[in-house]
Write a protein that binds this ligand. Structure first.
Ligand SMILES: Cc1ncc(COP(=O)(O)O)c(C=O)c1O
Ligand SMILES: N[C@@H](CCCC[NH3+])C(=O)O
Length: 470
């Protein structure tokens, strides 16, 4: 029976819930009652690699990466020239993942010296690497300049001065892109919106009340004139988990208007990076636009706006992360303890089942950080027991340690069952921790029906590896 505790968007499943193709990776199916990934049953994966387990459908990941290259180049090809796709590696980064990115013809966006080092270790040419960050260290800048990475995305005036100075001292030109805040409010969780004014990222296009010109304007002039800066272009990123193209279009308009101002002063911007942030479906309630739709809308918009402003259309680059890695991944958990609590709603008490699994906020902190919703399915079998409103929780010493806030699971889901939580490929492993000294799961990649570990499971010895014994 439908529970009044359930949110409006959650439908009551009439049988074993179908594996909604907008949420699960393309290789996921149910065969002989088990959830399988490219034909491999979840029980087999857990027997071989343990639980909990992160699984990446490598074919699906590669197809999504390739689709960005193809869809954006098709949409923009005849209008603004080619599009460079930089995979936002913060979403999921391992040496093998970076090599898939390279093989599929993408470049890579990094946000620290560590990500940059890993990209190079995976054989990505420095010219195809971008480095972001609002507070890059001298060491990170030194590496970026001396390795001649393709773009240092400078985030502030202070950093621009440091880069100009360091590059001159090293007598090596630094490839610089300026990250601007176009002043657009993206419709997403406020912790993952990045283009409004009152936050830490970027150079503002809007002059402060006490200034004649904006910091973006000043920075563009400094970058254009500095002896050892190769001014590559401008960048904006409006936020993450965004479902339609309107926010990107509004930001593009502001950026192009700024480019037109610079063009009048003989500063010609050849490349415009419009960032990442394309949303994905975590639950049935999410309806993100397909990349091809966003690409076509944006191409049309940029072409119309450059005509209006009478400027050439700059070369475009984009930085998708979540929308490549997220849907390709899933997490397998094993159920431990269950209990039912009675929750009062409109004067009546209703049951909510708590299903505790062997992971939690250490392998996916997104529910705690952003109130992110996920879904889950019973994966090792089907059940005709009544679906009951359930909350999947982790094993951490924290009441907010929620894996899936609301989902209908069969009433007989119990100890030893396996649950699959889909769409965990992005910002799960990347933001994982050892809270409560839990060892992090392995990542298994499945390609053409064969599974292999790409990150091994952590051991208790790993947890002790940095201890300095007395
Ligand atoms: C500068 C920049 N580019 C790209 C991304 C990737 O975003 P997403 O994973 O939502 O596509 C981020 C994260 O929000 C970012 O900060
Ligand atoms: N980590 C965030 C988004 C990344 C923001 C990066 N600028 C998430 O899981 O949604």
């Amino acid at each position: 029976m439908r529970s009044p505790l359930a949110p409006q968007w959650l439908t009551f499943p009439d049988n074993t819930p179908a594996l909604n193709p907008k949420i699960f990776s393309s290789g996921v199916a149910r065969d002989d009652d088990q959830v399988t990934i490219q034909g491999i049953p979840v029980t087999e994966l857990v027997e071989r690699f343990g639980s909990p387990l992160w699984v990446i459908d490598e074919n699906d990941f590669r197809a999504r990466a390739r689709a960005y290259v193809d869809d954006f180049n098709t949409a923009f090809g005849s209008l603004c020239g080619g599009v460079d796709v930089y995979y936002a590696s913060k979403a999921l980064l391992t040496v093998q993942v970076a090599s898939w990115i390279r093989e599929e013809g993408l470049r890579i966006d990094t946000a620290s010296g560590g990500e940059m080092a890993l990209a190079m270790r995976a054989g990505i040419e420095p010219a195809h690497i971008g480095l972001h960050g609002n507070n890059k260290s001298d060491g990170e800048l030194h590496t970026a300049i001396t390795k001649r990475i393709g773009r240092i995305v400078v985030d502030s005036l202070a950093e621009l001065h440091r880069v100009a100075h360091m590059a001159a001292k090293l007598e090596t030109p630094a490839n610089v892109m300026l990250r601007l805040t176009p002043g657009v409010d993206a419709s997403t969780h406020h912790h993952i919106a990045t283009a409004h004014e009152d936050q830490k990222f970027g150079l503002s296009i809007t002059p402060a009340p006490d200034a004649q010109t904006s910091v973006a304007y000043q920075a563009a002039h400094i970058a254009a004139e500095a002896s050892h800066i190769n001014f590559v272009g401008l960048h904006s990123h409006i936020g993450s988990q965004i479902f339609d193209s309107q926010g990107f279009e509004a930001a593009a308009t502001r950026m192009l208007e700024f480019i037109a101002v610079l063009a009048d002063e003989n500063i010609h911007i050849e490349e415009l990076d419009i960032g990442g942030g394309y949303g994905i479906a975590y639950t049935e309630a999410d309806d993100p636009a397909a990349p091809a739709v966003i690409a076509n809308n944006l191409a049309r918009h940029l072409s119309a706006e450059t005509d209006r402003l009478n400027i050439p259309c700059p070369r475009i680059s984009i930085e998708p992360g979540r929308s490549i890695a997220g849907p390709a991944g899933l997490t397998i958990y094993t159920v431990g303890t269950t209990k039912t609590v009675w929750v009062e709603h409109a004067g009546v008490h209703h049951p909510r089942r708590y299903v505790a699994v062997d992971g939690g906020m250490s392998d996916n902190p997104r529910p705690v950080l952003y109130d992110a919703d996920y879904t889950a399915v019973l994966a090792n079998r089907v059940s005709d027991a009544e679906p009951v409103l359930s909350r999947v929780v982790g094993k951490h010493c924290e009441s907010g340690d929620i894996v899936v806030n609301t989902v209908y699971l069969p009433e007989d889901t119990d100890h030893g069952d396996l649950l699959v939580v889909p769409a965990t490929g992005a910002y799960g492993h990347a933001m994982s921790s050892n809270y409560n000294m839990l060892t992090r799961p392995a990542i298994v990649a499945i390609k053409d029906g064969a599974a292999r570990e790409i990150i091994r499971r952590e051991t208790i010895d790993d947890l002790f590896a940095r201890e300095v014994d007395l």
